[in-house]
Write a protein that binds this ligand. Structure first.
Ligand code: SF4
Length: 421
């Protein structure tokens, strides 16, 4: 019998239906999340639908992360609207400074292997790092899930990406996913499920896996999964693995053993090249953070490069830890001290300047090197600035030099299957 891909198997477990790509299902969800960008619209839609009580408040979470603290009166009032709804309904609301939605949802155990999880944010596939089927929806769809606990879905076809070899000591999970995004393209996996396989993932930390699953959104995917072999979580779990006889719409085989550090040049996350092509390009502003690369190991990688050094005049570095826990850990182990002593500015845990609403809009003509996941024109709030995407180590090395430059080899990137976030 034809086997099942990971996404088909999770849908089977939820609905009892054996599905094929294109089949429509209505499935019960295990949890949902909305942010200060999407929750207000969802709450208005919920009201219009005649909603009184949410289906299961303990499975829902709201996160104030995109514009936190509020940069203006309008957004402050939207935050207030979320707080009031959450209080009335008994929903947990993660306040300003708790962190980015995709980090706090994992840290607080709202998503687990085998879950079907819905988030009102396009980077919800990040939870595929935890072997969950997680996908982003708009505010109106989210309102319907808030009310019913069910989601209408078309079964995605699956793109399998098999990676062969291990990463070099100067390349990180971000370099790998940038490279793969360049290969697949920003619409190369539209509405697909992307499954990543290969021994490289077996020793990859949860943070690295999240970085990889996160950028399936840049391929246009509905969801993504990093194979659970080697996944370490602080609780026992039953992994959902694809069957050996599963059918894939497409399989890509990639040799990664000689992959150098990568950058995505302006103005698309799939405009990816080996870093050599841009070495020497002056940079004015570095940013480390986001749901892609704001975790402890990302800050530590930057700190190893910046320890005892000082940023040159005319170059700044903004760092937004992915969560309060990440910030606390970074304070405890000296990482935060190293970064600030080198001249970095630490800002509120949250999305920071990623989406361009506040906390670090670049000036006209500036070049940003960023560990974020998107670099479309105007992404950070100024269409006259240009953004390169890279790993946190490349960002740190580049701001220290004042121009784009590769990071030194760092065995700590890829040798520990640590479970820290
Ligand atoms: Fe979106 Fe950036 Fe926030 Fe991630 S960090 S959820 S990409 S705004």
């Amino acid at each position: 019998m034809r086997g099942m891909t990971t996404v088909e198997k999770i849908l089977f477990q939820k609905t009892g239906q054996r599905v094929r790509p294109g089949d429509i299902v209505i499935a019960p969800v295990d949890g949902l999340m909305a942010t200060d960008t999407t929750a207000p619209g969802a709450l208005r839609a919920f009201e219009k639908m005649g909603g009184q009580r949410v289906w299961a408040p303990e499975k829902c979470a709201f996160v104030i992360d995109h514009a936190a603290p509020a940069p203006n009166e309008r957004i402050a009032n939207l935050h207030q609207m979320m707080r009031e709804f959450a209080r009335q309904q008994g929903i947990r609301l993660f306040e300003i400074g708790e962190g980015i939605c995709h980090q706090v949802i994992v840290e607080h155990g709202y998503v687990r292997p085998g879950y079907l999880f819905i988030g009102a944010d396009s980077h919800t596939p990040t939870y595929g790092a935890l072997n969950a089927f997680a996908c982003g929806v708009g505010s109106t769809d989210l309102a319907a899930v808030l009310l019913t606990g069910k989601i209408w879905l078309k079964t995605p076809a699956t793109l399998r990406i098999r990676c062969h070899g291990q990463l070099r000591a100067d390349a990180s999970p971000k370099d790998l996913i940038l490279y793969l995004t360049g290969k697949v393209g920003i619409s190369g996996a539209t509405y697909m499920s992307v499954e990543f396989e290969g021994e490289v993932f077996e020793r990859m930390s949860l943070a690295g896996r999240m970085c990889v699953a996160n950028m399936t959104a840049e391929m246009g995917a509905k969801t993504g999964f990093v194979h659970p072999r080697g996944l370490k979580l602080p609780y026992p779990f039953e992994p959902v693995e694809p069957d050996p006889t599963a059918e894939y719409a497409r399989t890509i085989d990639v040799e990664i053993g000689e992959l150098p550090p990568q950058v995505a040049a302006p103005e698309s996350p799939d405009n990816v090249h080996p870093i050599d092509r841009y070495v020497g390009t002056p940079v004015h502003y570095g940013f480390i953070g986001t749901c892609g690369n704001g975790r402890l190991e990302d800050l530590q990688a930057a700190a190893r490069i910046l320890r005892g050094k000082r940023l040159p005049e005319g170059v700044r570095l903004v760092i937004a830890p992915a969560s309060r826990s990440v910030l606390l850990e970074a304070m405890l182990d000296g990482t935060a001290h190293t970064l600030v002593a080198a001249g970095a500015t630490l800002i509120t845990p949250g999305c920071g300047p990623c989406v361009g609403s506040h906390e670090g809009v670049p000036a006209d003509g500036e070049t940003v090197i960023s560990a974020a996941n998107r670099n479309f024109r105007g992404r950070m709030g100024n269409p006259r600035a240009q953004i390169f995407l890279a790993s946190p180590a490349t960002v740190a090395a580049s701001v220290l030099a004042g121009y784009i430059t590769p990071p030194p080899p760092d065995e700590a990137h890829n040798t520990e299957a640590i479970s820290t976030l």
